[in-house]
Design a protein around this ligand. Structure first.
Ligand SMILES: [Zn+2]
Length: 448
C-alpha cells in the first residue's frame, strides 16, 4: 500500500485523538483571540477557551453557519492579518454576498498540498498518469485543488477547465488521458457527446480512474458511467467545501471505492453528524447533517461548521483495511438539508427520487421536481421525467413508465406525486451541477 504521508495516514486511533485534542485547544484559543465573532459567541454563552479540552467538549459550542460568515464580510473570519493571505477564494453566493476564504502560504503550500496528495495517492494516481482536469478555475477552488493534487503526486496535468465538449472528447481520444476530474453530470454529458460523434469511450479513451465531486451520482447512474468507460475504470469520490479549504476533506480508498464510503482526513478535520432539527450529535450508522471543525487551517478556521450536507458515519467508522484505520468513514453525501422537501409531512430527498427513476426502464436522461409552494409545506410533488428515444411515441410504454414510477415512489417514499412524461431532451442539461428542484415561484420572480 502506498501512502503520501504514511505517518499520518496510518496513525492509530488513540494517537489521532490525542493530536485532535491538542490541535483543537490551539484552534479554540486562536479563534477566541483573533476572530471577533468567536469571542462574542463564547462570551455570550459563558464559554471560555479553557472549557474546550477535548472534542467531546465541543457540544457546548453553538454551530457556525453561512449567515455568520456573511455577516462578517469581507475579512471578519480571516483570523490572520490580511497581508498574510497568500491567495483568496470565494464560495458561490447564491443569495447575494459571497463568502471570502483566505489561504496563508502554509494553508496553500503545506496543508492543501498534503491533503490533496494523500487523496490522490489513495486513488492510486501517480507520476505515470495524465490528468484531464475540467473543474472550474478563478475564485472557485475545484480546479486549483486538482492542480495541487497533481503537483503533490507528480502527475501530468491538462488543465482544460469546464466546457469545450467537442475538443474534450477528441483530446481524450488523442492524448489518452488516464484520469479525469469533473462532476459526474459532466462526465455523463461528455460520454453522450462522444457516442453521438462516433467516439466509443470504452475503446477510444484510456481513462482508468477519476476524481469526482461537487455532487453525488445515484448508484445506478454511476454504474451507467462505469459501464461506458474502459473496463476496470474506478470511480473515486471526493468531498469538500470552499469554507473548509476546498475539495480536500473526504475521499474514497481502494477498499471503499465500491461502497460509497469516504475517509475524513481526521488530522485536518474533526467531524460530527447531527440531527438537523435538534442539533444533537448522532451515533454511527444514523443519517444526519455533517458538521466540521477545521484543525489545521491558519486562515478561516471554523468551529462546528454546519455544512447542510446529509450523510452519516459508517456503522463501523474505524479500522478500514486500506490502513487508514483512524480516519473515520462517512457515507457519501446524498443531499442537502436545505433541499429536503416535505410533502404532507413526509421528508423526501431529491437523491431518493433520482435513484428510483434510474431503475425504471424507458426513462431518459433528464428529470426535475417542480414546486410552487414552500418546500416544507408541499401538498404534492410534480416530477417531470424524460422518456428515452426508444419509448417515446409508444403510448403503452409511456403509460407503463408513468405507472412504474408512481408505484415505486409510493412504495419507497410514501407519497403519490404527479408525473409528467416529457419528450427526450426536453428538459435542460447542465454541464456542472444539475438543478433538480425548480421552484416556480422563484423562476417567475427572476423573469420579471
Ligand atoms: Zn480505507
Amino acid at each position: 500500500m502506498e501512502y503520501f504521508d504514511k505517518e499520518m495516514d496510518t496513525i492509530s486511533l488513540k494517537a489521532l485523538r490525542t493530536l485532535q485534542n491538542e490541535r483543537l485547544r490551539d484552534l479554540v484559543q486562536r479563534c477566541y483571540d483573533t476572530i471577533p465573532y468567536y469571542k462574542a459567541l463564547f462570551d455570550k454563552n459563558g464559554i471560555k477557551p479553557k472549557h474546550i479540552r477535548t472534542t467531546d467538549d465541543l457540544v457546548i459550542v453553538p454551530f457556525t453557519e453561512k449567515k455568520d460568515l456573511r455577516a462578517q464580510y469581507p475579512y471578519g473570519f480571516l483570523g490572520v492579518p490580511v497581508e498574510r493571505i497568500h491567495r483568496f477564494a470565494a464560495s458561490s453566493g447564491t443569495t447575494g454576498v459571497p463568502t471570502l476564504i483566505g489561504f496563508t502560504e502554509k494553508d496553500w503550500d503545506v496543508t492543501l498540498l498534503n491533503q490533496m496528495g494523500r487523496i490522490w495517492k489513495s486513488f492510486g494516481i501517480g507520476k505515470e498518469d495524465m490528468v484531464y482536469q475540467c473543474y472550474g478555475y478563478g475564485l472557485f477552488l475545484g480546479g486549483v485543488c486538482m492542480e495541487r493534487a497533481a503537483k503533490a503526486v507528480g502527475a501530468s496535468l491538462f488543465p482544460a477547465g469546464p466546457g469545450r465538449t467537442m475538443a474534450a472528447i477528441q483530446w481524450l481520444k488523442d492524448m489518452k488521458h488516464t484520469v479525469i476530474c469533473c462532476t459526474p453530470t459532466f462526465l455523463g454529458y461528455l460520454i453522450n457527446e462522444a457516442c453521438k460523434h462516433g467516439i466509443d469511450p470504452r475503446k477510444d479513451w484510456a481513462l482508468r480512474t477519476g476524481d469526482f465531486g461537487g455532487e453525488v451520482a445515484a448508484p445506478s447512474f454511476r454504474r451507467k458511467l462505469e459501464a461506458s468507460l474502459p473496463p476496470g475504470f474506478l470511480y473515486h469520490e471526493t468531498y469538500g467545501l470552499s469554507e473548509l479549504g476546498g475539495a480536500c476533506v473526504a475521499f474514497s480508498c481502494s477498499h471503499t471505492v465500491k461502497s460509497n464510503l469516504l475517509h475524513i482526513l481526521g488530522d485536518h478535520y474533526f467531524v460530527e453528524v447531527i440531527d438537523p432539527e435538534t442539533g444533537e450529535r448522532l451515533e454511527p450508522g444514523e443519517r444526519g447533517e455533517l458538521v466540521f471543525t477545521t484543525l489545521t487551517r491558519e486562515s478561516n478556521p471554523l468551529i462546528r461548521w454546519r455544512t447542510r450536507d446529509i450523510s452519516g458515519m459508517a456503522s463501523e467508522p474505524y479500522g478500514c483495511a486500506c490502513g487508514r484505520e483512524a480516519h473515520p468513514l462517512i457515507h457519501h453525501v446524498t443531499g442537502r438539508s436545505d433541499d429536503v422537501l416535505k410533502v404532507r409531512g413526509t421528508l423526501v430527498f431529491p437523491s431518493q427520487i433520482e435513484e428510483i427513476l434510474s431503475r425504471v426502464r424507458g426513462v431518459g436522461g433528464g428529470w426535475q421536481i417542480v414546486i410552487d409552494q414552500p418546500p416544507d409545506t408541499l401538498e404534492t410533488l410534480l416530477i417531470m421525467v424524460e422518456a428515452d428515444p426508444a419509448s417515446w411515441e409508444k403510448e403503452e410504454e409511456l403509460k407503463r413508465i408513468k405507472k412504474e414510477i408512481s408505484s415505486h415512489i409510493q412504495a419507497r417514499a410514501g407519497i403519490s406525486p404527479q408525473i409528467e412524461i416529457k419528450e427526450p431532451f426536453a428538459l435542460p442539461r447542465y454541464e456542472g451541477k444539475a438543478k433538480r428542484v425548480v421552484d416556480r415561484r422563484k423562476e417567475e420572480t427572476q423573469n420579471i
